[in-house]
Design a protein. Structure first.
Length: 479
């Protein structure tokens, strides 16, 4: 991991720990790059803030003013959706809606992905509830491009990274790591902690594509804690923009934390522009997390204390970064020391037990021996979902060796064997086990045995929300 801590306008710590890749000696240092994932969202929001200061956009201007082709499912929402709405997760879309158009990497272009938004049904009414999404940040990136005349990547590189002095950071991932000081992502798979390829999905960039390091994240936090002032005395943006970025817009539900984390109980929580805002021990936190395959991170700023902490990791352990962040916060706030690592380990053990119990109960509810109503070959064919597009099922082999194989036509990495579960339900086990997203698929038949539709949902409660299988409504393609 890499850790950055800033306080009172100076860098207290910018340091790397551990190794870039398991089994290899190259160490992590202050310039080692990590995917910061959704911590990128604050850069996209800041880019829009720069354009707002220049009078090129208005925060509350309609998106269609800048992207005339933009369309949501509901015409009213299309008309009323503002630039601010793109950033604050209150559009009415469900959690992670449309993420299967983005991740795993698809062959759709950004414009094609956003065109398909018009087919994604809302889960709630407009501006009535919080539900995290990535796809509208892709739209925000398109606004940056349309208004500035620069690609999102070039705008971020020239107008933000270069000016802040984030000289090591990059606006996109690259798999060409032979000459780069980059931490290789690692994931906990069935076979153990395993190095993963670096995801080069450029479609995700405005929502989660930046690579950065401890030194550069320290510079980024100093600019925000100093309300837009740069190290050379100039300004990246003015104080009004910083207030916009850090002002709560969409309230987020609050629940009591586990007993071990009682001190973390929040009095308020919500989403601002590219940042979350909440409180800890009576102080406002401006923060965000990030998560991609093999990378998780968190940034926390306490404006009142001029304190910022960023932890970047190349293993998927939220417990690791939170243990460090809350230890630093307690030190800065003069609170009693807490063994946060021990607390998180207890919570992690309970979570694993709950997952195991949920999978056990699902297995117990299975009625073994109930065969599908139709011959396997009958389930084969092309199915269409209005927003995702084509999903193809083919029958391979014959007789007892026959099996069904599913592939998401626009997502080359999503190919899986279909194992019969019970009745009309199968389990799709993805051949790429790194996905960790096996899914049930259940077919609905007419009385005459004709397949009408198919629904999917994740097998494990731990499946990442970006695998929004539950939003799919697969219909047999018309021949």
């Amino acid at each position: 991991m890499a850790v950055a801590v800033v306080k009172d306008g100076r860098v207290v710590l910018a340091k790397g720990y551990g190794v870039r890749k398991l089994g290899e000696p190259a160490p992590v240092d202050a310039q080692t790059l990590f995917g910061i994932a959704s911590n990128t969202k604050a850069f996209t929001a800041t880019a829009l803030g720069l354009l707002a200061e220049e009078g090129k956009i208005e925060w509350d201007g309609p998106v269609t003013r800048y992207l005339p082709w933009f369309q949501m499912y509901d015409p009213y929402v299309t008309r009323e959706m503002t630039v601010r709405d793109l950033l604050v997760h209150r559009s009415g879309l469900g959690l992670g809606a449309g993420d299967l158009l983005l991740f795993p990497e698809t062959t759709y272009t950004r414009r094609e992905i956003l065109h398909r938004l018009r087919f994604v049904r809302p889960a709630t009414s407009f501006r009535s509830a919080y539900a995290y999404d990535n796809i509208l940040y892709i739209a925000a990136g398109e606004v940056v491009e349309a208004v500035s005349g620069m690609s999102w990547e070039n705008f971020i590189a020239e107008r933000i990274l270069k000016r802040v002095g984030m000289t090591s950071s990059r606006p996109r991932h690259s798999a060409d790591v032979t000459r780069m000081n980059v931490a290789i992502p690692h994931a906990g798979l069935e076979t153990g902690i395993t190095a993963q390829p670096i995801d080069e999905n450029d479609n995700m960039n405005p929502a989660g594509g930046i690579l950065s390091c401890a030194e550069d994240m320290a510079r980024w936090m100093l600019v925000h804690l100093n309300e837009g002032r740069l190290a050379d005395g100039g300004r990246l943006f003015d104080a009004r923009t910083e207030r916009e970025l850090g002002t709560l817009v969409t309230p987020m539900p609050i629940s009591d934390p586990p007993a071990e984390l009682a001190a973390q109980r929040m009095n308020f929580s919500g989403y601002a522009l590219g940042f979350r805002v909440s409180d800890y021990r009576g102080r406002k936190l401006v923060n965000h997390t990030g998560g991609l395959t093999g990378y998780v991170s968190r940034l926390v700023m306490v404006p009142e204390l001029e304190l910022g902490i960023a932890v970047l990791t190349n293993q998927e352990s939220d417990e690791a970064y939170n243990s460090i962040i809350f230890a630093v916060l307690d030190k800065a706030m003069g609170a009693p020391a807490t063994d946060w690592a021990a607390a998180y380990l207890k919570i992690q053990e309970r979570a694993r037990a709950r997952t195991a119990e949920a999978l056990k109960q699902a297995g117990e509810k299975r009625t073994v021996g109930l065969q599908p109503s139709l011959p396997l070959v009958t389930y084969a064919g092309t199915y269409e979902d209005a927003w995702y597009g084509p999903v193809i099922i083919v029958a391979e082999g014959a007789g007892e060796a026959a099996r069904l194989v599913m592939s998401f036509a626009k997502t080359p990495g999503m190919v899986g064997d279909m194992e019969h579960w019970s009745r009309e339900t199968f389990v799709v086990r993805w051949k790429d086990r790194e996905l960790r997203a096996d899914a049930f698929i259940t077919f609905v038949l007419d009385p005459d045995g004709t397949i009408v539709e198919a629904r999917m949902k994740p097998v494990s409660p731990d499946t990442d929300f970006s695998y929004d299988f539950q939003d799919l409504l697969l219909k047999p393609a018309k021949k």
